[in-house]
Write a protein that binds this ligand. Structure first.
Ligand code: GUN
Ligand code: ZN
Length: 412
């Protein structure tokens, strides 16, 4: 981790950081630059949320149920409401506002089962200026019938969406089978064909989240959960699978060899009682791990909270837990996600050459966070206090590629 006080950062018109150094020196070297003085507070890289469901923006807080019951009672009825374009439009706007407000500048967004709703999400994210990778969610069994599609329709609608949005501005396409439990082999074959037809597109889904779900996948496919995707060619460098709370060693071996990443969603795993994430085993098998809020199974958009929950979860694992320090939490919430999304060369930290995707933390004067930061002895301590105490309301500004996405009140 690198931390500096009184830093000056020069951002080019293309949003790329061209200089970083002592504020006075940088100002002297770039007399033409329009200064934006933040004064107090902390500047951090923008957050990268690797697993968050847009249609679930209004159902956060369905507590007390395991995954499959929560899907039936909370998530899927709301997902069905996305058929109504007016409803989906309102939810898409609330969702992107929730991301920006929380300082999430990049997200791998689980879309909706209706192509028009996904279109609305892409448009809302573009309007707001966020980096999103998203796609049409597809299923052809096991859910409510209005959420089912066919392999051909999944391919055709996905391709049409990808042709409009993949590579347009900051948007990219993700082929999105909901989870193996709700997909036939024929549908997964169509998903693989779609990814092949859209170069650079991603695959995202769920894996090994809950024991009852895993048992059903084994019954349906006769194989491990990871294999249900892998045998269709859906596990590779541009694959991000959420959860993986209960993997077998051979699945971790395969994930490690493939380069696929796992989106660890600790709040959701705790809320739905899915289990304790075996981070040690992922690290042992060289499986890349990033963070996801999993809204609405998760309990909000804050990546501060998500990272803190990841820390708690590992502490509770006792001797098997990986004790995460503040620098690791920041890495998980930023750079790890950037890498999982193939954006490691562009975003994830505030180095020269990267895009200026950043958040400015300025807690209210006299608040517990303000007081803890003023009395921090080191940058690591300040960061740990930030993860312990910060909420979205402490974020005074956020930028994507140098463009504000959350209101800032700064002196020129
Ligand atoms: N598995 C399939 N769909 C979902 C979902 O919406 N949320 C979570 N947490 N797991 C899922
Ligand atoms: Zn999810």
């Amino acid at each position: 981790m690198r931390a500096e006080q009184d830093v000056g950062i020069v951002v080019g018109d293309d949003g790329v950081i061209v200089e970083r150094g002592a504020f006075g020196q940088v100002c002297a070297r770039y007399p033409q630059a329009r200064p934006c003085r933040l004064g107090e507070g902390l500047l951090l890289p923008g957050f990268v949320d690797c697993h968050v469901h847009f249609p679930q923006a209004r159902i956060i807080g369905g507590l007390g149920m395991p995954l499959l019951e929560w899907l039936d009672r909370c998530a899927l009825p709301e997902e069905a409401r996305m058929a109504d374009a007016g409803y989906a439009q309102a939810v898409a706007c609330e969702f992107v506002a929730g991301l920006a407000d929380a300082g999430t500048t990049t997200a791998l967004v689980f879309g909706a089962h209706f192509a028009y709703a996904v279109e609305l999400l892409f448009a809302a994210a573009e309007d707001r200026g966020l980096r999103v990778t998203c796609g049409l969610v597809v299923s052809d069994r096991g859910l409510r019938s209005e959420l089912h599609t066919s392999a051909q329709r999944a391919y055709d609608e996905g391709l049409a969406l990808a042709q409009r949005w993949h590579g347009r501005g900051l948007s990219r396409y993700a082929v999105t089978p909901r989870f193996a439990l709700s997909c036939s082999d024929e549908l997964l074959t169509a998903c693989a064909a779609l990814q092949a037809a859209v170069p650079g597109s991603f695959v995202t889904s769920h894996v090994n989240e809950n024991p009852a779900e895993i048992a059903t996948v084994r019954r349906l496919f006769g194989c491990d959960y990871v294999d249900s995707y892998d045998r269709h060619g859906l596990v590779g460098r541009r694959t991000v699978l959420a959860h993986n709370v209960h993997p077998r060693d051979r699945e971790l071996e395969r994930l490690g060899a493939s380069g696929a990443a796992i989106a660890h969603c600790p709040s959701s795993n705790a809320s739905l009682g899915s289990g304790m994430f075996p981070l040690d085993r992922h690290l042992y098998h060289h499986v890349p791990v990033a963070l996801g809020t999993d809204v609405g199974g998760g309990t909000g958009y804050s990546m501060f909270k998500e990272a803190l929950q990841a820390y708690f979860m590992q502490r509770l694992r006792g001797d098997d837990g990986v004790t995460l320090d503040a620098a690791m939490l920041l890495y998980l919430a930023t750079n790890a996600g950037a890498r999982a999304l193939g954006l490691g060369a562009e975003i994830g930290d505030l180095s020269v050459g990267k895009r200026f995707d950043a958040i400015w933390l300025r807690p209210a004067l006299g608040s517990p966070l303000d007081s803890c930061l003023r009395h921090a002895d080191t940058a690591e301590q300040a960061l740990a206090r930030t993860f312990a105490l910060a909420t979205s309301t402490d974020i005074a500004g956020a930028w994507v590629g140098g463009v504000p996405v959350k209101a800032t009140a700064v002196a020129a």
